[in-house]
Ligand binder design. Structure first.
Ligand code: GDP
Ligand code: IMO
Ligand code: MG
Length: 432
């Protein structure tokens, strides 16, 4: 009956995909619970490198059920493109293996156009969204005018609903934002064709999850984005429009908290952020550039260069508090090899006052300067290391200090992007 939630502890791109891929070995069901194709989750196994946007990161295992939950927003065109791409790589993405929750909301061309128009309208205050239509689609969900995936079952009614939605959004696009309208009939035809292909994937995901949990199966819940991008707990307004935090797993999939046995927070050994918003440990110098180069810190979804900086232990402790992490997975430790020293933020200086807690107000955070603890670095390449005791002493000390500071054990340490390039405390995570 246990559920395990795996989610980002920072501003996204922590390495959730690779952690979920590894953990899927001992799971029965893998379920994405929030977000849409703003996400880009990388899974590398042997010759195969997958960039997953909507499909859960357990897809490489043909015998495990992959679910896309009702908390997601799904662009049918993107989903079909992803399915086609995976099929070309010989991966089973048939409706037997992959299911789409009927209560997930659909993203249409008008939502993408509105996302772009709104960003343009914000000018210097732009959020730096992925322009995938995420915000406008969650807006429609909250306004109770969205179209859900289950509507694709009845093509005539679906066509009518899509037509009405596009007409209504075109008024916004043209009259409020001065943009070109989307072509209504061309889109209706296209979305009906997508609906025909996607209808076999539709499923009652909440029911399926509850049946799996009651049958004693291991359910792995895969988050997208990260805690600091959460609409409620993140650096609002520089956030996404969903709840990547632990509560989002329960509402996005539809099961109760008594099933949650583990909450695994994924964090990098440093910090990155793509898009705008405050980032107290950001490095705008050669060290930041080095981390970007060595860590290949360019977005999986948009290709944008990610800002890089030191680990922020104040923010990590906040993520522990919001999500109740039971374990941490720390990725990209290898990227720090060769740095003379490392720094970690342990408090902030806010207008002359020491602040030990992460402020919920982004304008306060924007005024915070990091107070750092300094650690010696290590020169060795650590990619081949598979036991913690074999790491350079400085790396072991860095990890031990962090565990003590945030009060959560690190169970998986990434020392390279490949599935096996990790130091794992107990090879069967069910024993964690
Ligand atoms: P996600 O969105 O959280 O799934 O993360 P992304 O896939 O967007 O970004 C993480 C990037 O780091 C990917 O390119 C991974 O292949 C890579 N990666 C993950 N873990 C490690 C690690 O331990 N070391 C290195 N060098 N790269 C890693
Ligand atoms: P994964 O799952 C990193 C960021 C965008 C922008 C803000 C809002 O790969 O970790 P949106 O398009 O969601 O309205 O953009 O959120 N963002 C991400 N940053 N990783 C992601 O996903 C992200 N998804 C959204 O850059 O700052
Ligand atoms: Mg990503």
């Amino acid at each position: 009956m246990p559920a395990t939630v795996v989610l980002g502890a920072q501003w996204g791109d922590e390495g959730k995909g690779r952690v979920v891929d590894w953990m899927t070995q001992q799971a029965d069901v893998v379920a994405r619970y929030a977000g849409g194709d703003n996400a880009g989750h990388t899974v590398i196994y042997g010759e195969q490198e997958l960039s997953l946007h909507l499909v859960p990161s357990g897809i490489l295992y043909p015998e495990k059920l992959c679910l896309m939950g009702g908390g997601m927003v799904v662009n049918p065109e993107s989903l079909l493109a992803e399915i086609d791409e995976l099929e070309e790589q010989g991966i089973d993405v048939s409706p037997r293996h992959l299911k789409l929750g009927e209560t997930a909301h659909l993203i249409f061309a008008c939502h993408r156009a509105l996302d772009g128009a709104q960003e343009q309208g914000r000018g210097a205050q732009a959020i730096g969204t992925t322009r995938r239509g995420i915000g406008p689609t969650y807006t429609d969900k909250a306004a109770r005018v969205g179209i859900r995936a289950g509507a694709m079952r009845d093509l005539d009614a679906f066509a009518e609903a899509v037509r009405a939605l596009l007409h209504s959004k075109n008024r916004w696009l043209t009259q409020i934002y001065g943009q070109a309208p989307v072509d209504v009939e061309a889109n209706v035809a296209a979305y009906c064709a997508y609906a025909e292909r996607l209808a076999p994937y539709l499923d009652n995901v909440a029911l399926r999850i509850n049946q799996a949990l009651e049958a004693g199966q291991q359910v792995l819940c895969e988050g997208a984005q990260g805690t600091l991008l959460d609409i409620d707990h993140g650096t609002y307004p520089y956030v996404t429009s969903s709840n990547p935090t632990v509560g989002g797993a329960l509402t996005g999939l539809g099961f109760g908290p008594r099933y949650v046995q583990r909450v695994v927070g994924v964090t990098k050994a440093y910090t990155t952020r793509v898009g705008r918003g405050p980032f107290p440990t950001k490095l705008e110098n050669a060290v930041g550039q080095r981390i970007r180069d060595v860590g290949h810190e360019y977005g999986t979804t948009t290709g944008r260069a990610r800002d890089c900086g030191w680990l922020d232990a104040v923010a990590l402790r906040y993520a522990v508090q919001i999500n109740g992490f039971t374990h941490l997975a720390l990725t990209k430790l290898d990227v720090l090899s060769g740095l003379e020293h490392l720094k970690v933020a342990v408090a902030y200086d806010y207008r002359g006052t020491r602040m030990a807690h992460f402020p919920p107000d982004a304008s306060v955070l924007a005024d915070c300067a990091s107070q750092y603890e300094r650690f010696p670095g290590w020169a060795e390449d650590i990619r081949a290391i598979r036991a913690r005791r074999d790491l350079p002493q400085a790396a072991q000390d860095y990890l031990a200090w962090l565990e003590d500071f945030v009060g959560v054990p690190v169970m998986l340490i990434g020392v390279g992007p490949e599935r096996e390039e990790a130091i794992i405390e107990a090879p069967d995570w069910r024993a964690w």
